[in-house]
Design a protein. Structure first.
Length: 169
């Protein structure tokens, strides 16, 4: 019997598609989250060492606005966090756990998650967008780059599973 506490993936996909359509219509842009991380990084660094960050052309777009932290990307991430927390609490699925393989220590899990997160964050900025920005928004716009990235992302995921499967068994 199906667990009723979880949403159907088909319903979730339809909701995600409608959300993407709404962001195009209301905000004039698609979904994407990695820009918020770059914005917070630029503003934090600018507060500490403004001369250094001002010389970096990449961060220029993030430090020039008058009120840079009033940004739709930050509100998107905040809403994503609060919405998912609310959904988990309402369904009774909220638990603080350390998801890991039986043979993996907590330290190894935290280190692999930390370094994988850094690599994904760096790659998302190098690719000029995260998976939500490149795949969802780019794919919805039928951008060739979005479709190529999606195929490459899944292919790379399958290849990496072969290397890291032993950590989870």
């Amino acid at each position: 019997m199906r667990d009723k506490r979880f949403c159907s993936p088909y319903q979730a996909g339809i909701c995600l598609g409608l959300t993407l359509l709404a962001t195009f219509y209301i905000a004039g842009r698609g979904l994407g989250a990695s820009g918020a991380i770059a914005l917070v990084t630029a503003q934090s660094t600018y507060t500490v060492i403004p001369d250094f960050i001002s010389r970096l052309q990449y961060f220029e777009q993030y430090i020039t606005p008058i009120m840079p932290l009033i940004n739709w990307n930050l509100f998107l991430l905040g809403g994503l966090f609060l919405g998912s927390l609310t959904g988990a609490l309402m369904s009774g699925n909220f638990k603080v756990i350390m998801d890991r393989g039986a043979s993996m220590s907590v330290k190894t899990r935290l280190l692999t998650a930390f370094f994988a997160g850094i690599m994904i964050g760096f790659a998302s900025r190098l690719a000029r967008g995260c998976t939500s920005g490149v795949v969802l928004t780019g794919g919805a716009q039928l951008a060739v780059a979005g479709w190529i990235f999606m195929v490459a992302m899944f292919a790379a995921g399958f290849i990496m599973v072969a290397f890291f499967r032993r950590l989870w068994s």
